[in-house]
Design a binder for this molecule. Structure first.
Ligand SMILES: [Zn+2]
Ligand SMILES: [Zn+2]
Length: 261
């Protein structure tokens, strides 16, 4: 397979989506299916359709957990245990930022599947979840992300994968934020000699860029900051648009069960 990464990316046409494997970590997949590919469960077998998501591993750059890769190579061939070498890799299949390397044993010719990073739950690549957390904290969008990857010559990640991993990371970020607020509230009460009537400063904002006299933002947020601790003790946000609810309303049907804000 000699097609370059950039060529493969530019070949992507959303109309082709129906023909694609829509699995979670699919290179080009969308968000219609949350099941990971079976291939990563069967470490010793090649995917039946070896043409999907393949890359020439000599080209471009990757985000690799060196410790994981080194340990896997050291563990060796899955048939005879001979130490494997990266230079014997003949093919790579990528799932977002993670990859499976197909490495041939120099002794018995058996092909071992070597992952370039850790995975969790149903074979979700940690690196893709970290990407979701990263775009939330940095505030960049999908287009900026693709520009960044293109500049670094790192294979692009499908929009659906980014969205799903963003949502996965978002839940964890929210639960940490709630825990942090509760701890800050306890601290504030303690600093207030145990009295629950505390003084707070309120701050609120919305996302539309303007002079401050425009009120058409799709979302807004507010926070309460403890007077004594200076920490956020509560926060809230409001959205005035939900595509799932709007689509359901337009079609006159009940919206599916979703995390509506
Ligand atoms: Zn072997
Ligand atoms: Zn909704």
């Amino acid at each position: 397979m000699s097609t370059s990464i950039d060529e493969r990316w530019s070949e992507y046409d959303e109309e082709d989506d129906d023909e694609l494997d829509t699995s979670d970590e699919d290179y080009r997949g969308d968000d219609r299916n949350d099941d990971p590919p079976d291939e990563t469960n069967e470490e010793d077998t090649l995917h039946p359709d070896v043409s999907k998501n393949l890359l020439d591993w000599h080209e471009g750059r990757r985000v690799v957990e060196l410790g994981v890769l080194a340990a896997q190579l050291q563990k060796g061939c899955k048939k005879c245990g001979t130490v494997l070498h990266l230079c014997d890799c003949f093919q790579e299949r990528h799932y977002g930022l993670g990859s499976i390397l197909y490495i041939k044993c120099t002794i018995c010719s058996f092909i071992s599947n070597i992952p370039t990073g850790k995975r969790h739950e149903k074979n979700i690549w940690d690196v893709n979840t970290k990407l979701g957390a990263g775009i939330t904290s940095s505030g960049i969008g999908f287009s900026n992300l693709q520009m960044l990857f293109a500049s670094l010559n790192i294979p692009g990640v499908a929009a659906g994968t980014v969205k799903k991993r963003d949502r996965e990371a978002g839940k964890a970020i929210e639960s940490v934020a709630k825990k942090s607020c509760n701890e800050a509230l306890d601290e504030e009460i303690k600093l207030n000699d145990g009295k629950v009537e505390i003084r707070v400063a309120a701050d609120a904002g919305w996302q539309t860029r303007s002079s401050g006299r425009k009120y058409n933002s799709y979302s807004g947020h507010s926070s309460l900051i403890g007077d004594k601790s200076g920490k956020i003790v509560r926060y809230d946000y409001r959205c005035r648009k939900c595509r799932l609810c709007e689509n359901a309303k337009r079609k006159g049907i009940q919206p599916i069960d979703h995390d509506c804000r």
